[in-house]
Design a protein around this ligand. Structure first.
Ligand code: MN
Length: 251
């Protein structure tokens, strides 16, 4: 029997069931979502908050230039949902996590167990990821373009170096473009669901671009060819959003 893709009805059904409210990361509107109430109903078998799966800012098939619809459905509806559910389970059993935002958790992640790191990082990273992609044609701001040229030689050189960071990340992880403490652009990568905001990250900074290089992000279309996925991915990057994040990180 074949694995059935997530049906449209199921997909829309759970989206409709998600309570939505936007939170911000230091004023950056990344579309993070949490419910107003941290308390799960007494009869519920599993905690349904405080964290919730954010809606995608486009249809699941909209990025098919680079990422196929089924991958988006599974990646968002199953993988990201699992990070959210597992993070909620951690919150339910640890009073220290009550009332904490996803940013609070990520910034002090070294204080928490591995499950909080993996699922909290997973929730932050994926929410960020959905929001820096778009089906629309976008352009980077002159400021970002100039900063990339200064840091990496040219936009093309930057893309090559970013793709290298993604292909060289052994196993699962992420490639990032960050604004570091000196206000300079830097490319880095992290294992698993770590990110450069984590207090114990080897290379710290504010992410303005990030690509998921877990096999679940690309395997259906690209199989073992991670480099092809990294190259195709540029066609769906939301440069308008990345330029805004750059401006805010520099402010
Ligand atoms: Mn992923």
């Amino acid at each position: 029997m074949q694995n059935a893709p997530l049906s449209k009805r199921t997909f829309l059904g759970y989206l409709a069931a998600v309570p939505v409210g936007l939170a911000a990361l230091k004023g950056l509107d990344l579309g993070f979502v949490s419910t107003a109430s941290a308390a799960a109903p007494a009869a519920a078998p599993a905690p349904t908050g405080p964290f919730a799966l954010p809606k995608l800012p486009y249809a699941t098939g909209a990025l098919s230039k680079a990422i196929d619809k089924q991958t988006m459905e599974i990646h968002h509806g199953k993988h990201h949902q699992a990070y959210v559910d597992n993070l909620n389970k951690e919150v339910a059993k640890d009073d220290k996590l009550k009332g904490k935002s996803i940013e609070d958790i990520v910034y002090s992640v070294s204080k928490y167990p591995a499950a909080v790191r993996n699922n909290g990082g997973g929730h932050w990273n994926h929410t960020f990821f959905w929001n820096i992609m778009t089906p629309d044609k976008t352009e980077m701001s002159p400021e970002l373009s100039a900063a990339i040229t200064t840091a990496f030689g040219s936009v093309e050189d930057f893309k090559t170096k970013f793709e290298e960071a993604g292909t060289k990340q052994f196993g699962s992880g992420w490639a990032w473009l960050i604004v570091n403490k000196s206000g300079k652009l830097e490319i880095t990568s992290t294992p698993n669901q770590d990110n450069p905001l984590m207090d114990d990250a080897k290379v710290k900074g504010t992410p303005i671009l990030g690509n998921d290089v877990w096999e679940h992000a690309y395997y259906l279309r690209y199989q073992n060819k991670r480099a092809d996925y990294l190259k195709a991915w540029w066609s769906v990057v939301n440069w308008t959003k990345v330029s805004e994040l750059y401006k805010q990180a520099k402010a």
